[in-house]
Design a protein around this ligand. Structure first.
Ligand code: BJW
Length: 241
């Protein structure tokens, strides 16, 4: 990233009234949370994308929970990094500001962000297999797998697995807000998972400046107004203020 690129990004933000911050696993990488498509993204020999699939959950709910509770245990001690904190602190400086995250780790909330759409759910909740009722599940490791809700109903993790629908209305609301923003920051996502990856396109197609923060080039890079190469924790705090 050059100083010129950083200055341009800062100018776009200084002139903006409405901002959408679209985040993926990379924003949490510097907190110690593994990404999905990195070289170490396997568990018991399975790629993360297989462990996080509806196929595994339907076949073997206990093994699916072992994967999620393993991740919950990793996440328990993890804290927001300077990128999450800078995003949270920027919220009140704009007329309209929304975080749209693909992450299930809850770190934007921990950093203090108030307006968040979680497109892929939250790992700290369970959901009834029969009723769909949601339960907070802060304890990890869980005493029994699968955990159970009222009337002994088995719970599944309240996250969106491959092949599943996103929570009702979440994508639609994010798309509407993105299509009205002046700047969309795209932080730490490979942009390969749909429909989430359509959010930056909704912003761009409506005329917003779309600014990527990522150490690597991604599928989204050719469609960006600006791409800032580097780590979120280094770059994001320098974008605001
Ligand atoms: C840094 C950094 C640092 C590193 N700083 N950056 C259209 C076309 C093709 C396929 C489809 C399509 N529409 C739907 C599909 C199918 C499928 C899909 O997208 N497949 C593609 C992969 C091919 N989509 C779905 O199945 C979705 N559902 C759906 O479409 O429903 C409709 C339907 C229903 C039924 C039948 C048919 C249709 C649901 C997708 C759900 C995704 N779920 C997961 C798991 C969540 C639970 C869990 O946590 O386990 O969500 S998968 C995983 O990927 C997770 C993430 O949120 C998501 C995105 O990954 P992300 O965040 O981008 O992470 P990485 O690892 O890919 O990238 C990290 C980036 O960070 C990299 O670029 C690094 O360089 C960067 N980085 N360090 C900044 N320090």
């Amino acid at each position: 990233m050059t100083d010129d690129q950083l200055q341009q990004a800062r100018q776009y933000l200084a002139a903006a009234r409405r901002v959408v911050v679209f985040t993926g696993a990379g924003i949490s990488a510097e907190s110690g949370v593994p990404t999905f498509r990195g070289k170490d993204a396997t568990w018991k020999g399975m790629p993360a994308a297989v462990a996080s699939s509806i196929g595994l959950l339907e076949q073997d709910l206990t093994t699916a929970w072992e994967w999620f509770d393993y991740r919950r245990t990793l996440l328990k001690t993890v804290v927001p990094n300077p990128a999450h904190i800078a995003v949270a602190q920027a919220e009140t400086r704009f007329e309209d500001f929304l975080v749209v995250t693909q992450n299930v780790d809850g770190l934007h909330q921990k950093a203090g962000s108030q307006r968040i759409i979680e497109l892929h759910g939250n790992i700290w909740r369970g959901r009834g297999l029969r009723t769909g009722k949601r339960y907070p599940l802060p304890e990890t490791p869980l005493p029994t797998l699968p955990p159970r809700g009222d009337h002994d109903e088995p719970l599944r993790p309240d996250v969106v697995l491959f092949g599943e629908m996103l929570p009702a209305g979440a994508f639609e609301e994010a798309e509407i807000v993105a299509s009205r923003c002046d700047v969309c920051l795209v932080i730490g996502t490979s942009g390969v998972v749909y429909p989430a990856a359509l959010i930056p396109f909704a912003a761009r197609d409506a005329g917003a400046a779309v600014i990527e923060v990522n150490p690597e080039s991604t599928d989204l890079t050719p469609h960006m107004t600006l791409s800032l190469r580097g780590r979120a924790g280094d770059i994001v705090p320098r974008l605001f203020g």
